[in-house]
Write a protein that binds this ligand. Sequence first.
Ligand code: FA5
Length: 351
Amino acid sequence: MQPTVTPEAIDEIREEALGKLDSLEDLDEVESWRVAYLGRKGRLSSILRDIGGLPQEERRAVGAVGNRSRSLLEERLSQRLEAIKSAGLAGLADTDRIDVTLPGRPIAVGRLHPTTQIVREICSAFMAMGFQVVEGPEVEWDRYNFELLNIPRDHPARDMWNSLWIDHRNERGEHNMLLRTHTSPMQARVMEKMRPPVRVIVPGKCYRYEATDATHEWHFYQVEGLAVDDGITFADLKGTLYEFARRVFGSDRRVRFRCDYFPFVEPGVDMSIDCFSCQGGGCRICRDTGWIEIMGAGMVHPKVLEGVGYDPRVYTGFAFGLGPERIAMLKYGIDDIRLFYSNDLRFLRQF
Ligand code: FA5
């Protein structure tokens, strides 16, 4: 059969297609239009396929009309697509538009709380000397908080720790559970589980029922230390704590030990460093003494060793307990311990 493809037939299809194009309103309609005219089975494509069947002398002229028509439709198609897309954007409300060139909103980056920072710094100083970090419960039995630390029920030293008792009683009706008043109960807990050599450091929260002021909180951190082995002497205690002070406060610090009393050590001491503000000359920070007390310490009392099944004739050891907030106060010149717990960003952002 003679193909029906003529320049007029091509013109007719092209004009029909162009006539519809301007009324297309969305991308779906444009796609249907493309399929209908330019798709593989579309009207223009189909008729152009027939050109191959024309006599040689007609093929070239009709082919030229066909190619021009296809190019024109393709060009108009992309113009229409652009027009529809930009009209769509123009129709969007300002709030729906995204300006991808705007700089991003800064994301607030958190930081470690100053207490966490100083606790980590203290722990690293001791870890470098071979101590291992362990943690313990904040709700503690009377037995660990007091009894195994050589502080029996009727011992006057119990008055030193104003306890927050939990409503829990033993068979005699006595309170026997409390929020730990210091980290020292971990001494007995660690020794019950480990055999010497013991070298641990215990950071953690403590609670005392006392009025707050610039240097006292009712909840605060302590870092406990314990080293037990055969042959440990007071010289080991002094050397270790001196090295600690050097690492945290700098190599120029001098250290002073004075007698102090804690029922679970014998002898007991408190340790001070010379005031870094006045270099020992006397100022407001050291209350004109030239020294700043930083911790309690001593040789572990034989009764404490016996209580956990260690033979005090074989083993000796030293223990210490310090308050990291007070250390941070000294180190950074903070004048009120309550700032650590007041969640004031103006304070926290300084660290
Ligand atoms: C004790 O609690 C002993 N357990 C320390 C110890 C351990 C001695 C091992 C010997 C051997 P003290 O009550 O002094 O000791 O507290 C130790 C440190 O905790 C103080 O130097 C202080 O830095 C900190 N501290 C005590 N009470 C408060 C408080 N209310 N607020 C903030 N820090 C406190």
